[in-house]
Design a protein around this ligand. Structure first.
Ligand SMILES: Cc1cc2nc3c(=O)[nH]c(=O)nc-3n(C[C@H](O)[C@H](O)[C@H](O)COP(=O)(O)OP(=O)(O)OC[C@H]3O[C@@H](n4cnc5c(N)ncnc54)[C@H](O)[C@@H]3O)c2cc1C
Length: 328
């Protein structure tokens, strides 16, 4: 494993997360470019069989301990540090999700090595690793090089398609033992969110509004458009935080992940936390008055315009088409 590219295989309630496969896809590319091994480290309790789903890696190191049944930051980072102590990889990639958010930072601290978060890509320049990071809600990109290795890289979801990190190969699996004391944090139970009035994950069409909609009074415009399209209204976090829509309508990192056939983003900037929840939509149409808004990086079609002027025009155009179809 020394000199390899290493990925933390994040498990959540007994399954490997999508973000892990995205990290494996990127890790595979970097390892191949450097001509080194790709290793995955999986932590858990009686979860060895999950290693079989990590065939994109050449080697899976499985660490079993009762305190690792859930991915809690402190015991997980301590276990990883013990495994990596004698087998120093060049880079250790940790998916930056709600589950593993603290793992990479704690691990870098524990190893006394560099940690770089919010990476969306890793490049190689003159044999050295460079992380491309997003800052200020995706408005700025920074290319960062660590002074030394190993470097712990917190990888933003969406860096690569998850499918590229899946493989039907059976990886070589090794077991490693760790010594862990009690965790300062214990998971008592999972609490399921209350079901909302509309299940956004089952909608074919979502009309999502962001802060650019400006006030709750303007939500009616989005509702009319959603009705014309046969869909539902969703929102970015500021819209939910202000109480304009219920929490069950929030799309993004701390909301829902959706994959509708059509996602219309109205006055949404396209911060990574929002994009994480809607990037896999089949068709994304964005309306934003700022031509440099990051939402246009993921949109298939973009309209640079004022949403308050554009929404009624879109609704009227769709209604006109529907009227023609009805009378045909
Ligand atoms: C841990 C964490 C979790 C988070 N989870 C989520 C999450 O689940 N979901 C989420 O959405 N965010 C989440 N966020 C917040 C996220 O970082 C952004 O702040 C948020 O997505 C921004 O929402 P917005 O695009 O509506 O607002 P803004 O970033 O303020 O963007 C408003 C956009 O509207 C445009 N605009 C303004 N007026 C008009 C107009 N008249 N016509 C057209 N366009 C106009 C502007 O150009 C701008 O691009 C999270 C943040 C953190 C730190």
């Amino acid at each position: 494993m020394t000199g390899s590219i290493c990925v933390f295989a994040e498990q959540w309630r007994g399954s490997i997360s999508e973000a892990t496969y995205e990290a494996l896809a990127l890790g595979r590319e970097v390892a191949d470019a450097l001509g080194v091994q790709l290793t995955a480290i999986l932590t858990g309790s009686n979860a060895r069989e999950l290693a079989q789903t990590l065939g994109a890696a050449d080697l899976v190191v499985y660490v079993d301990h009762p305190l690792l049944a859930e991915t809690l930051p402190q015991p997980t980072a301590e276990a990883l540090a013990q495994v990596l102590q004698d087998r120093r990889p060049r880079a250790f990639i940790v998916p930056l999700t709600n589950v593993s958010l603290g793992v990479g930072t704690l691990l870098a601290l524990r190893l006394g090595t560099a940690g770089i978060n919010f990476c969306k890509d890793v490049r190689i320049a003159g044999g050295r690793l460079q992380a491309v990071c997003v800052m200020y809600g995706g408005k700025i990109e920074a290319t960062v090089e660590a002074a030394g290795e190993p470097v712990v890289l917190g990888l933003w979801p969406g860096a690569r398609p998850a499918e590229k990190g899946r493989s039907s190969r059976s990886p070589v699996v090794e077991e490693a033992t760790v010594s862990l004391r009690d965790s300062p944090v214990l998971l008592r139970r999972y609490v399921e969110a209350e079901a909302g009035d509309v299940d956004l994950t089952k909608q074919d069409v979502l009309v999502a509004v962001g802060r650019g909609i400006q006030s709750k009074d303007n939500l009616g415009l989005a509702e009319d458009l959603a009705k014309s399209l046969g869909g539902a209204v969703a929102g970015s976090r500021p819209v939910i935080d202000q109480g304009w829509l219920p929490l069950s309508r929030q799309v993004g990192k701390s909301g829902l992940s959706v994959k509708p056939k059509l996602y219309v983003a109205l006055g949404i900037s396209g911060a990574p936390e929002h994009v994480e929840g809607m990037k896999d939509s089949a068709l994304i149409v964005a309306v934003n008055s700022d031509p440099r808004a990051p939402i246009f990086n993921v949109a298939h079609y973009g309209i640079v315009a004022d949403v308050l002027e554009t929404i009624p025009v879109l609704t009227a155009a769709i209604e006109a088409k529907r009227a023609v179809a009805r009378h045909a």
